[in-house]
Design a protein around this ligand. Structure first.
Ligand code: PHE
Length: 437
């Protein structure tokens, strides 16, 4: 049963900061801007906002509610609520997703660490550096990537082994305000740059002719990944939440912070890209090639580049912490390992699984496709079906309300998890199998 030795947040603020820290990550700063750039700017942003409201927020609520009601890791949570049947497989899928995602996420975060280091030492932005060659050089050097991945994973493990309150919450309380401070600072530069209006209109003018059916589904998938949904990260963080806190309010706040940071990242990146006449739809290279090229042409280049890559690194760190915590909470609850042993064992195994992503060409992309195309949406459908259909109306309402007595929005929420979320996500999955569109 619930035991306080698992740890708890100090309160709602601690929970919201940690959960927003999980949500805000490489997905916001690295993926959102280039996806928006490639799929019609504000046209993509509008679909994304709809996906966050209709699919994202209801699923955050469902996950947090399941965690809060059971005070268990994803596997234990489903088993506690439905001891018979196969629902706990959804928890196993979540733990497996944590393994897979963090394995390559740690590699990309390692790139950010490497770049932050190069930026701080001034070598990234010194005269005559070819950014494409720098990036290709890094990708071609497996040993270098593994070293930075190891450094990043070590930091993640140290934070998680510190515990829920003294490790995760404390890191979030420092890093999240810092993150918003850093991005606002960069925003000041980008909005006063010459290309500001062109960059803003690129992001904020809807170009519906550039939005394809694939772009719509990309927005849905992006909402999943960006909000850390479908693998029980929010179940795990919810399991450290007291039943007195309102889930709905917290969910809306988490979604709003995550969306704000994604849009801010776009507002920072595109004006700079246009100021220096660079290519806005550069894809994944936008952040590691295009943007440093822009920084290199600005006064204070080394400083700006350092701020940006520190931002990327901190965002990645709070997300990686939540990915590792899913696996760690599983070992702590199910095998009664102590947290330190669980953190280093799980972190070490995940690091090892990530080595091929750093060294074998194309492996990282395969892992990413597996996780973001299949594991997260698959997990998300089942979590929605569980909350909407497996739980009785009474159980669902009790979990939704907690002990704070408010069930405002319950009917709308239940409609979403019963019908809209499963259908929307099933369509994404069908499209991946090639059966639709
Ligand atoms: N939400 C994180 C990001 O945007 C990634 C993540 C996915 C974290 C799933 C935890 C769980 O980068």
């Amino acid at each position: 049963m619930a035991d306080s030795s698992r740890g708890t947040w100090t309160g709602r603020v601690g929970f919201v900061l940690a959960a927003a820290g999980s949500a805000i990550g490489l997905g916001n700063i690295w993926m959102f801007p280039f996806r928006a750039g490639q799929n019609g700017g504000a046209a993509f942003v509008l679909v994304y906002l709809a996906a966050v409201l209709v699919v994202g927020v209801p699923l955050i609520i469902a996950e947090v509610m399941i965690g809060r009601a059971t005070q268990r890791n994803p596997v234990g949570a489903f088993r506690t609520l439905r001891p018979r049947g196969s629902w706990q497989l959804v928890g196993w899928l979540g733990v497996a997703s944590g393994f897979v995602i963090l394995s390559y996420y740690g590699v990309v975060a390692g790139w950010a660490m490497d770049y932050a280091w190069m930026a701080a030492s001034g070598s990234l932005t010194s005269a005559g550096v070819d950014m494409q060659a720098t990036f290709d050089g890094m990708l071609g050097n497996g040993g270098r990537q593994v070293l930075w991945q190891a450094a990043f994973m070590a930091v993640t493990i140290v934070v998680v082994s510190g515990g829920v309150e003294a490790g995760i919450e404390r890191a979030s309380r420092i890093l999240m305000p810092l993150l918003f401070g850093l991005i606002l600072m960069l925003l000041g530069y980008s909005l006063t740059s010459e290309g500001a209006s062109e960059g803003l209109s690129f992001l904020l003018n809807p170009r519906f002719e550039d939005l394809t059916w694939g772009g719509v589904l990309a927005a849905l998938g992006q909402a999943f990944f960006s909000l850390s949904l479908g693998m029980g990260a929010m179940i795990t963080y919810g399991s450290y939440l007291a039943p007195t806190e309102s889930v709905t309010r917290a969910a809306l706040l988490i979604a709003a912070l995550d969306t704000a940071l994604a849009i801010l990242a776009g507002l920072v990146i595109f004006p700079l890209v246009f100021t220096f006449g660079l290519e806005p739809s550069a894809g994944p290279g936008l952040v590691f090639i295009t943007l440093p090229s822009a920084f290199a042409m600005m006064p204070g280049a080394a400083f700006l580049a350092t701020v940006f890559f520190a931002l990327l690194l901190f965002a990645a760190l709070t997300s990686a912490i939540s990915l590792l915590e899913v696996v760690v909470s599983f070992f702590v609850d199910e095998f009664e390992w102590n947290r330190i042993r669980a953190s280093w064992t799980a972190g070490g195994l995940i690091f090892a699984l990530g080595v091929p992503s750093a060294t074998v060409d194309g492996f990282l992309d395969k892992m990413d496709l597996l996780a973001t195309n299949w594991m997260l949406p698959g997990g998300g459908v089942f979590i929605a079906l569980f909350a909407g259909w497996a739980l009785t109306r009474g159980e669902a309402e009790g979990g939704y309300r907690g002990t704070d007595g408010h069930s405002g929005g319950f009917v709308a929420w239940r409609f979403c998890v019963r019908f809209l979320v499963p259908v929307a996500v099933a369509v994404i999955l069908l499209q991946k199998t090639g059966l639709v569109g």
